[in-house]
Design a protein around this ligand. Structure first.
Ligand code: FE
Length: 244
């Protein structure tokens, strides 16, 4: 009996040891699970990878965002059809003599037409540009010219006036085609001054005028592009000036 009890005790002890070992082994086998924790620690690199993937996305967006305003700034203001033909660096508009008939302090106006000036209406339009082909807003243009008989008004300001380019750098003057006078072909005098810039004094000419060849200061670089439109003759000329 005693032996049986001892044997049973030993079996129980053996069983306990086995269970103990099992627990230890289980604990040990779960240890790898604990060591597999570093594997789950390797997940953060995945998170690290996604932030790495984000900047390129942000960079793709950024250039799109920066180019958009540039296009938006040009497209609505000028429009593809109205963009002045200009290749950078553009040649400066040649200067010409002021002549004897300039008068300061002309009135600001966009039309020089007054009653009794005849029906030789002319629209002079274009841009004032930098040598980089950038339009210049608020540039001053001061025009003076002879009437259709070739006479200047030196007492008052008939056919004299100044205006400014708009935000797109464009100007438009309504006037009449000037007449010729001895020694001079048809021409319009103008002073152009960008904001805070130097004054360019020059003259505009018209194509197809026989007297151009007989005018000693005529310069073909100052020929306007004249088109017949429903609104009358439109002379286009873009001035290229130095800027401060
Ligand atoms: Fe003149």
């Amino acid at each position: 009996m005693r032996h049986e009890r001892q044997a049973k005790a030993l079996r129980i002890l053996g069983l306990s040891v086995a269970i103990g070992l099992g627990v230890i082994l289980t604990a040990c086998s779960s240890a790898p699970a604990a060591t597999s924790a570093p594997i789950s620690v390797t997940v953060p690199p995945t998170i690290d990878a996604s932030p790495t993937a984000l900047p390129p996305t942000a960079m793709v967006v950024a250039p799109t965002a920066t180019t958009a305003p540039t296009e938006a700034a040009i497209t609505p203001t000028l429009g593809a059809a109205d963009m002045p033909a200009c290749t950078s660096p553009a040649a400066l508009t040649p200067a010409q003599t002021e002549g004897p008939y300039y008068k300061a302090n002309s009135p600001e106006r966009t039309s020089l037409i007054e009653p009794g000036m005849g029906d030789t209406k002319l629209i002079v339009t274009g841009y004032v540009l930098t040598t980089d082909c950038q339009p210049i807003a608020k540039a001053l243009l001061d025009f003076w010219q002879a009437d259709d008989q070739g006479a200047y008004d030196n007492a008052g300001y008939r056919l004299r006036g100044h205006l400014f380019t708009d935000e797109t750098g464009r100007y438009t003057l309504e006037t009449i085609l000037p007449g010729e006078y001895p020694g001079r072909t048809e021409h319009i005098h103008v002073k152009v001054q960008p904001p805070h810039g130097a004054i360019l004094t020059t003259q505009l000419y018209f194509p197809g005028v026989a007297a151009n060849d007989r005018d000693s200061i005529f310069d073909p670089a100052l020929l306007a592009d004249v088109q017949d439109t429903a609104e009358g003759q439109v002379a286009t000329f873009n001035f290229v000036v130095n800027t401060p």
